[in-house]
Every structure is written in structure tokens, then in C-alpha cells.
Design a protein around this ligand. Structure first.
Ligand SMILES: [Zn+2]
Length: 203
């Protein structure tokens, strides 16, 4: 009998019609940046022999309820235990001005789930791939690195799910890094390698 290959779903935050969600100078738009990263992550996973696809191939925003419906229909078809979801975002500390907060973090739904194991693998690859000195923002109060929240995309999806906040679009240094060739490559690789490591660990 053919073993079911796990399906990796990559979500990219927001859409071309989402207001705000950009660097104060407008050079980085979160919807666009995350779509470029997500497409590259999916492409590399597929090239490496994994089953990966985008949740939102459209460039316009798709509601969170529709995103969750898409994810859960894959879960219903394959079994939630055979699906992993990573939602790719850029962080922001303010609403339109340059801010000082910097760094990388990941979120899971509340409580200990497979999503926490997925997040841990992503944290490990973020520590490895991002430049030395990058602030890795953690919450160890519950014994692991990730922050926990009731984000809809995490809470209302049946599979292992993790949302990454890939540095701050409203911090000048973070934005310059994100837009650099080196920064893009690091963000892509930390996702690809973290996801493959999570699969290796049985998530
Ligand atoms: Zn976002």
C-alpha cells in the first residue's frame, strides 16, 4: 500500500487590497513579500520531492474563513495528521511610522499540539539561518520557544499549524535585510529546512 505523503500547505498573509501592512517607505509590502517567499518555499519543497502547495494563490486578499475552509478541506481528504500549515507574515510594531522593534518569531495555537513541534523546528532553523545577533523572540513560559495565540488561521485549522512573523517591516534595518538577496534567501531557507526537519521528526 502506498504511504500517504504529508501535504505541506503554505499560507501567505493578506492581499494586494489589504490596507496598511507595509514599510513606512512603501518599499516592502507584506502581501507581496510573503507571496514571493511562499512561492519560493513551495517550489523548493516540490523540487525536493515533497507535496507542497499554496493556500492562497490569488494576489487579492482571501478571508480567514475561506483560508481555513481550504486548509480543512485538505485535512478532511488526507487526515489532519497528514497536513502541515505554515502561514508566512512580516511583523509590525506600529501603524505607519518607523519603529525600533526587530527580530523573528513564530506563533502556534494555545496548548501543546503538533504545531508546537513544527514551530520548534522552525525556530531552530531561524537561529541557524538568520545573521548572528538577530533577535529571536521567544516565550518560554510554557516550555517551548513559540508564542501562543488564538489567531484564526491557527485555531480554526485542524492540522499542525504555525504562523511565522519574519522580522519587522516597520524597522529600517529589518526591512533592508528582508529586501536584500541574502535576507530573502535566509527567510526561504529557514522555512524549507524547518519544515523538512519537522517532517523528519514525524510532525
Ligand atoms: Zn501579517
Amino acid at each position: 500500500m502506498k504511504k500517504i505523503m504529508k501535504k505541506i500547505l503554505i499560507d501567505n498573509g493578506h492581499g494586494s487590497n489589504t490596507p496598511g501592512k507595509q514599510s513606512p517607505c512603501g518599499r516592502l509590502r507584506e502581501y507581496k513579500y510573503c507571496r514571493e517567499i511562499a512561492a519560493e518555499v513551495v517550489g523548493r519543497l516540490v523540487a525536493a520531492g515533497y507535496e507542497a502547495e499554496l493556500v492562497v494563490p490569488e494576489s487579492a486578499d482571501v478571508s480567514l474563513s475561506e483560508r481555513c475552509r481550504r486548509v480543512n478541506s485538505v485535512c478532511n481528504r488526507l487526515g489532519a495528521g497528514n497536513v502541515l500549515l505554515v502561514s508566512i507574515h512580516n511583523n509590525a510594531a506600529g501603524c505607519g511610522a518607523w519603529m525600533s522593534a526587530r527580530g523573528w518569531e513564530a506563533w502556534t495555537s494555545k496548548g501543546q499540539t503538533r504545531g508546537d513541534l513544527l514551530a520548534e523546528a522552525l525556530y531552530e532553523s531561524a537561529r541557524r539561518r538568520l545573521p548572528a545577533g538577530t533577535k529571536i523572540r521567544t516565550d518560554f513560559t510554557d516550555g517551548d520557544s513559540d508564542k501562543e495565540s488564538d489567531f484564526t488561521i491557527l485555531k480554526r485549522t485542524a492540522c499542525a499549524a504555525c504562523l511565522t512573523e519574519n522580522m519587522f517591516q516597520d524597522n529600517r534595518e529589518d526591512m533592508e535585510y528582508l529586501l536584500s538577496a541574502e535576507g530573502r534567501e535566509a527567510i526561504v531557507r529557514l522555512h524549507v529546512e524547518g519544515i523538512i526537519e519537522a517532517l523528519r521528526r514525524g510532525v
